[in-house]
Structures are given as structure tokens and as C-alpha cells.
Design a protein around this ligand. Sequence first.
Ligand code: HEC
Ligand SMILES: [Cu+2]
Length: 484
Amino acid sequence: MKLLKTVCLLFITSLLLTSCKSEEKKELAIVDTSKIYIKGTMEAELTAPPFVPAPVGNRSAKRLLVNMEIIEKEGIMTDGVTYMYWTFGGSVPGSFIRTRVGDLVEFTLSNHPDNKLPHNIDLHAVTGPGGGAESSFVAPGHEKTFSFKTLNPGLYVYHCATAPVGMHIANGMYGLILVEPEGGLPPVDKEYYIMQGDFYTKGATGEKGLQPFDMTKAVKEDADYVVFNGKVGALTGDNAITANVGETVRLFVGNGGPNLTSSFHVIGEIFDNVHIEGGSNINTNVQTTSIPAGGATIVDFKVEVPGTFILVDHAIFRAFNKGALGMLKVTGEEKKDLYSGIKQEGIYHPEGSTIQSMPELEEQKKEVVSAVEKPLAQKIADGKQVYMKTCFACHQAEGQGIPNAFPPLAKSDYLNADVKRAIDIVLNGKTGEITVNGKKYNSVMTRQTLTVEQVADVMTYVYNSWGNNKTNVSLKTVREVKNK
Ligand code: HEC
Ligand SMILES: [Cu+2]
């Protein structure tokens, strides 16, 4: 009997304890904004991506005036392809809005008189019908004002919610609004604004000209472009985001959709902290984070070593074939103890014999056997095999390259100007800035481990394809470059 009593008591206490605990959690998540007093009025700073306004720090809650203009305008999707974007503030994604919990946001949405359509805004940070959509519906040449109080800290998507909603979002009508907690987010060295979106065009991916929106493809979720910040290359080359070794970087990452979930990943980095789904729960040491359409996340990480770190949607064809690729360039001193780079290169014998440190010797042995010049057609055929195995991943099937990341080999002025220079690149790799067909590239091509014969074959194939100058690259020329 006594035992039963004790067990009973224990059970009740544990019940009480657990209910107490969940109460505590609730209090962390929801702020009692009735206890936050509004002191003064200020105009919100709005920024175009990849930049964000200054942190709120420990400013008091305010009446925060947000003035946003809707602009429909033609812009560049990728080289030779333009698109009619509908924008909040003139950019895709739209202007970044930075608030703190307890602010009274007075939102004025104006629709430029040159626009063709009515629009509105649904902010996921709003507690109220339609997230503001009903109160903000505005015809061209008009403006509407409504206000809301930011009750929940977090990173929120906003988007147009005018019918057909999918079309307005697909045309670029989305952005992020940040509600910082009391006292602000912990300070970091660099902050950037990135948003993924999928686009659907009448023509196939890369088809030139002004491409209209394609409703059928959008319904099928068959995207032609999946991009960061509204276009291919918005964050690559000269547009890359930057940091210095030792700094902490925070990315506010949203996904406008309209359809696809993002598997957001930075190649060569690990997220130290991830605000899961943009909320208050923090996960640590994350490789890839999932961002649903209409969702967002905050990630931060310290950059420890220099180099170019590639931002991707790790649903990887989207990155290499549809545009979801960006770059973070980190400059500073090498930290060989953290990352060595290539330490040693050798021949790998699976049978388990010793590693030889002079691969050239092996290659040269092979060369003796195949020192005879083959007929041109045979070289081109063999060269194509090498190309599809080795070069294709970066320079693409038709040698067209990837804007801002991998230069084209098709009709490449750089390639056609100097054969020996091109051979040298394949033999020894290439870093540093080069200009190909008027476009600058500043990336890394790794050294390709190919035999002299393979180099002659692949270069002959490249020179005899896609409008290049039909050079027949001889074994002799490759050897000359190799032994120079
Ligand atoms: C890992 C990606 C990658 C692979 C694989 C690759 N390249 Fe490159 N290639 C590049 C990059 C990046 C550059 C530009 C380097 C720079 O910015 O300095 C480049 C530059 C070149 C250039 C000079 C620029 C131009 O467009 O004419 C040639 C020629 C070239 N590569 C040929 C090849 C050939 C042939 C192969 C296969 C044997 C190959 N590459 C494999 C990434 C790659
Ligand atoms: Cu709209």
C-alpha cells in the first residue's frame, strides 16, 4: 500500500514537472508584446539583395514606416535571356525588411502607374487575415497603408497573393522580413540576403530572347531555371559575396518557390548554427538544410580557410544545369594545419604495391607505345570520349560552359588565340582572372591527369567542334608544352 502511494506521488510530481517545463518553453517562443512599449517613429532601411539593413541592436520598439514600391520590369535571366520580372522594390527577391519584436510596422504598398496589374502583399510575419493581403490589394497608380505588430521573432517570407498567386510568385514577387528578438541577434562580421526561386519559361533553358512565363510548366513544376537572387550568376564571379578568414558569416536564406524545396548547402563549409525553418530552435553542425517553398532559415558559420565556397541547392542538377549556384569568396592566409591542399600525388595501385611519387614516369612509358600520330577522325572520336568523361561536367556538353562559373569552349576567343596556352591549362590547371568572349572568369580549373595522347585527342576534338578554328593538336606540340 505504502509503495503504491509513493509510486502515485512520483507519477503526479513528474506530471507537474513536465507541464511546468513545456510552459517555460512556450514563454521563450512567444513574447508578451503588450509589455513592450513603442518609443518613437523611424523609417525602415530597405536593401536589395545580397545586402541587409543594419542590425536592430538594442533599440527600443518603434513605429516603423515601411514604404515599398511594386515595379514590373524587364531583367536578365541569363546570357541572352530576358524576363519580365514583377518586383517588390525593384529587385528579386524584394527589399529586405529588418524589424524587432514589438515594432508597430506601418506598411505602405504603392503600385507604380506604369505597371499593368494589381498586386498585394502577404507577410508571413503578420498575425492577421491574409498576412495583410486583403488590406494591401492595390491597383496601378495607387497606394495602400496598413499596420501590424510583430509578435513573433524569426525570419519570414513575404510574397504577392494576387490571383493567379502562383504566377505572381513565379515572376519574382517574394522577399524576406526579419523580426529580431529583444536585443537583436548575436553580432557577426558579415550578413547576406539570399533567396532561391524557380522560373518557368516558354522556351527551353537557355533559349534566347525575352521569355514569357509558362503556366503549363509551372503547374507541372518543370522549372527551366532554379536560381539564387532572381537570375543565373547573381552571386558568382564579381557578384560573389565575400568574407575574410576568421570572420563569422550569417546568411538569411529564403525560398520563394513557387514550387521547389531547397536543399541548401555551402560546399566546403559546415553551418555552425541553423535557425531551423527561420524560427527560434537552433541546430548545430549542419551540412545541408531544407528550406521549403515559402520558408526561410538563418545559418551562420565561421570561415577558417581561404578559397571559393560554392553555394548550391544540393538537388545538384539545379545547381549545375539550372543556375542554383552562388559563391562566397574568402580571402586571407592559408591555414595548412586545417586544410592542406594537395600534399602528394601518386599512382594508385589497388593491388597494394607502393605509391609512386612520379606519375610522369608511368605516363611516359605509355607514350612510347602510342607515339604514332592517329588520323584526324580517330583523334576527334577518341577526344570526344575524353571530353565526355573529363571536361563535360564543367564546360558542358556543347562546350557552352556555365555563365560566371565555367568559361565556354565553344567559339572561345581565348582558346582559339593560343593553342599552347590552352594545352598548358589542361596539363597544369588554371587559376586567376581570364577573359573569354568578353566575360571575366576568376575561378579554378584543376590539373587534369591525362596522358599526352589524351590531351592531343581532347584538344583536337574541342578545336574541331562548336565553331572553333579546327586546329589538329599533335602529340609533338603537347610534348613541347609539357617539357618546357
Ligand atoms: C572542375 C571543372 C573543370 C573541368 C573538369 C575542366 N575545366 Fe577547363 N576550365 C575550368 C575553369 C573554372 C576555367 C577558368 C579558369 C580561370 O578562371 O582561371 C577553365 C578554363 C579552360 C580553358 C581556357 C578558357 C576557355 O574557355 O577557352 C580551356 C581551354 C579549358 N578550360 C579546357 C578544358 C578541357 C579540354 C578540359 C577537359 C580535359 C577541362 N577544361 C576540364 C573548369 C574546368
Ligand atoms: Cu503581384
